[in-house]
Design a protein around this ligand. Structure first.
Ligand code: SF4
Ligand code: SF4
Length: 329
């Protein structure tokens, strides 16, 4: 494989973490999607080049494409190929405590791309642990609202004769609830992601699964917040190069891109490769307030106390779409 990384726009990330209105979320969302598309287009060019030299090659779509042949793929979202592991093994970057790939002096705010080929390329080695961007500050654990990897336990994976490790994933569904925007209120109750879901922190796996079912059902009834991203990348279908390479997957992937609403990604976004900057990002996010959605769909950014007050005065029918006391197991 050939693997590479492109940077995300850090100014837009700061606006996302601060919860700037009206465009703090959308600015980063668009940058993220456009960077993914950019990465894929580089992979297509590289594929064409390798083909022109007589080698077989295939570009990897960097997101949204999963191993649908694996039972339970909708929950586990196993990619065609793990670009993260290829990038770690080939020394594009290192795996940090959060499990995200990062670059020394830049952090984890990158998007990975790659091409599989039968060209015999010289393999490059992983980055030595002492050269990692990760200083184990553990702030990434604290910005995960449902603490998906919040314990001291570590897990490891062996690839190509090397072992890589990161904090143990307690239950991936914790991330699916928060990262897919179903709930956003942090365990502390003091800040939220961009999601207006305000569910209590689930303590056990059973509570997580029960919450997932409730939250999926409720979120489908949320009013439209008026920030459809599809409008801004409407020319996607007109992109002949993309359409041709994606073939039968085109419609599905374009729909997924257009339906994307980024509300979290915090474990990746705060980590900027320098402890001072990462700490600043942590402070910005944890002081950015809480999202509440009113009945017209508008997203409000309020201090934690005000958010609680405003929410508790809303119509009970509306409140039920964002909060339900979880039965404890
Ligand atoms: S925030 Fe970044 S540097 Fe700090 S522990 Fe997490 S991955 Fe490592
Ligand atoms: S993306 Fe958000 S919810 Fe998922 S692990 Fe990272 S911080 Fe947690």
């Amino acid at each position: 494989m050939v693997c590479f990384a492109l940077p995300l726009d850090k100014e837009k990330i700061r606006a996302f973490l601060r919860k700037d209105l009206p465009n703090g979320r959308r600015g980063h969302e668009l940058d993220n999607i456009e960077t993914n598309i950019h990465v894929f287009k580089i992979a297509i060019k590289l594929t064409d080049y390798l083909n022109s030299l007589g080698y077989k090659a295939k570009p990897i779509f960097p997101n949204y494409k999963y191993r649908e042949d694996v039972p339970g793929w909708e929950i586990n979202m196993i990619p065609e190929l793990s670009l993260k592991l290829i990038a770690a093994r080939s020394g594009v970057g290192s795996i940090g405590l959060s499990g995200n790939l990062g670059l020394k002096g830049y952090g984890a705010t990158i998007i990975l791309g790659g091409v599989v080929t039968d060209a015999l390329l010289q393999a490059t080695d992983p980055i030595p642990q002492e050269e990692s961007f990760c200083n184990e500050c553990r702030l990434c654990q604290k910005v995960c609202a449902f603490r998906m990897f919040g314990t001291d336990e570590m897990e490891s994976i062996d690839i190509g004769g090397y072992t890589f490790s990161c904090a143990k994933r307690i239950n991936l569904t914790r991330c699916q609830i928060v990262c897919s925007g179903l709930s956003g209120l942090d365990k502390s109750g003091q800040w939220s992601t961009w999601s207006p879901g305000r569910y209590d922190y689930p303590e056990t796996d059973k509570e997580v699964m029960r919450l997932l079912a409730i939250a999926v059902n409720n979120s489908s009834k949320w009013p439209d917040d008026g920030t459809e991203i599809g409008m801004e990348i409407a020319n996607l279908e007109e992109d002949e190069e993309l359409s041709m390479v994606l073939g039968n997957d085109k419609e599905k992937l374009f729909t997924m891109i257009k339906n994307t609403k980024l509300t979290c990604g915090n474990c990746q976004l705060i980590c900027w490769g320098y402890p001072k900057l990462t700490k600043e990002n942590f402070e910005i996010l944890t002081n950015s307030g809480c999202i509440v959605q009113n009945e017209t769909g508008e997203l409000l950014v309020l201090s934690p106390n005000k958010a609680e007050k405003v929410f508790s005065k809303m119509n009970p029918e509306h409140q039920r779409l964002y909060y339900k006391k979880i039965r404890r197991f």
